[in-house]
Write a protein that binds this ligand. Structure first.
Ligand code: ZN
Length: 459
């Protein structure tokens, strides 16, 4: 049985279509986007504009539990990414499987309420709080997948490989829940996850995520990337987030992280470099040649003091840039989209840095940034979403055209209003695979999810 929705405007193929209905079949696939009179029994969304669902390409859902708790001076003389990391580890090490579920479900709920319909979850907690193996090596992975399913968003579970604290660095006991020492152990557990029956139905799937060049030595890295390439799985890796990671890599291999990945043949169209902040022009050229994707996480990067993603160089090199909410300090992918541009404005003391040179319309820059939050993210996590067209999944959200944050927009400036100024309060309805999960800004399980989280994690 087909279902149809009829908003005032639909954003498809880079433009606004008035008075069109979007129709999907019972598999949740779009079968038409056509003039509205052909769909008499459509569900009406009056005073709403409908857009493709946002794709959050980099998330650590459990980090939601430390929100608001690290914004203070610690006993260290200077707080940095590395001191934040110790606080994050301490929180991670307390979480039981049900806590991971509750925290993930809350993070995914917040994502859904902002129009996110798919997430790439970079998941690295594998073992018990004591560091012992669970009898199911993917127990926590399955809890995270269950949380996404219960909220109703799609999930690419990017299963993380973590072998060591770093080059010539003593094991860090705070990392004991992450470590799978050999590629054999990692691949055995990954294969088990790949064979889990609830996976691979289009709503949940698996990718390979070597944590970083710091945490995974080269032989291990090559083995698991080769496995991913054989199976055509997405590969995600933190790359050049911090200068210390770059200098340690040069010390170990005589090459920067990107140079190492490039010369070892590990970059490809399926490879996403998360952050990719501290890079040289030569590294950017290497990434462009290989077709590798960059995932920027500007709301987290500004919070952690990581630095600025050189997005202008990536855009100029034709590199696909996706976006992620990463630490969950803020879950609002459109905020990440605008910060990608705003950080460059502060750096360059100029405006419209990422605007294309051949299009001066007010929608041109907004369109590029919106693509980062949608289709580029979908490409990064390995699925055919992030756009509204026949054959694509019916994943979309609506915004209230009368919300004060965007009221009075014309069709010409509506997308720029949404990208630069939309408040979360304007997100009204969210549909994933043809199923409505948010209506009038509320998720049907919202109260229960919030209560369970508050009771369990902060009770
Ligand atoms: Zn991350």
């Amino acid at each position: 049985l087909n279902r149809a929705w009829l908003p005032d405007l639909i954003y498809a193929d880079g433009r606004w279509l008035p008075d069109h209905a979007i129709v999907c079949d019972d598999t949740g696939t779009i079968v038409s986007i056509a003039e509205s009179h052909e769909a008499a029994d459509a569900i009406r969304f009056p005073r709403r504009a409908l857009l493709p669902g946002l794709v959050n390409a980099h998330s650590h859902a459990f980090q939601r539990v430390i929100r608001g708790r690290t914004e203070r001076r610690s006993e260290h003389s200077t707080d940095s990414f590395w001191t934040w990391r110790e606080q994050m580890y301490a929180a991670a090490n307390r979480l039981e499987p049900q806590d991971i579920y509750a925290a993930s479900r809350l993070a995914f709920l917040e994502m859904a309420l902002t129009g996110i319909t798919a997430v790439g979850e970079f998941h690295y907690i594998h073992h018990s709080p004591e560091g012992s193996r669970y009898s199911d090596p993917n127990l926590l992975e399955r809890e995270v997948i269950r949380a996404a399913r219960d909220v109703g968003i799609r999930i690419a579970l990017l299963r993380v490989a973590y072998a060591r604290a770093g080059y010539e660095i003593e094991p860090n006991p705070l990392q004991k829940r992450f470590i799978e020492e050999s590629p054999d152990e990692y691949l055995k557990n990954l294969e088990e996850l790949l064979s889990v029956p609830e996976l691979n139905d289009g709503h949940a799937w698996v990718g390979v995520a070597p944590h970083s060049v710091r945490a995974v030595p080269l032989d291990y890295l090559k083995t698991i990337v080769a496995f991913a390439n054989e199976r055509a799985l997405p590969v995600h890796m933190h790359v050049a987030e911090q200068p210390a990671e770059v200098s340690a890599c040069i010390e170990e291999y005589g090459r920067s992280p990107v140079a190492l990945l490039d010369t070892e043949g590990l970059l490809s169209k399926r490879f996403t470099a998360v952050h990719a902040i501290h890079v040289t022009p030569k590294a950017i050229s290497a990434m462009a040649r290989s077709g590798a994707i960059v995932c920027a996480c500007p709301t987290t990067e500004r919070n952690l003091g990581d630095g600025v993603v050189p997005a202008k160089s990536y855009f100029d090199g034709g590199i696909v840039v996706a976006l992620g909410s990463d630490s969950q300090i803020q879950i609002d992918l459109l905020e990440d989209a605008r910060e990608l541009e705003y950080h460059l404005r502060l750096q360059h003391t100029s405006r419209n840095v990422l605007a294309p040179s051949d299009d001066t319309s007010s929608a041109a820059l907004a369109r590029r940034l919106f693509d980062c939050a949608t289709i580029n993210g979908a490409t990064s996590i390995g699925f055919q979403g992030g756009k509204l067209e026949v054959g694509a999944p019916a994943d979309f959200f609506t915004v209230d055209l009368d919300d004060p944050s965007i009221a009075g927009s014309s069709r010409d400036d509506l997308l720029a209003n949404i990208v630069f100024s939309l408040s979360r309060s304007a997100v009204s309805d969210v549909v994933v695979g043809g199923k409505q999960i948010v209506a009038n800004g509320r998720h049907e399980a919202q109260e229960a999810i919030v209560q369970e989280y508050s009771h369990r994690l902060h009770g």
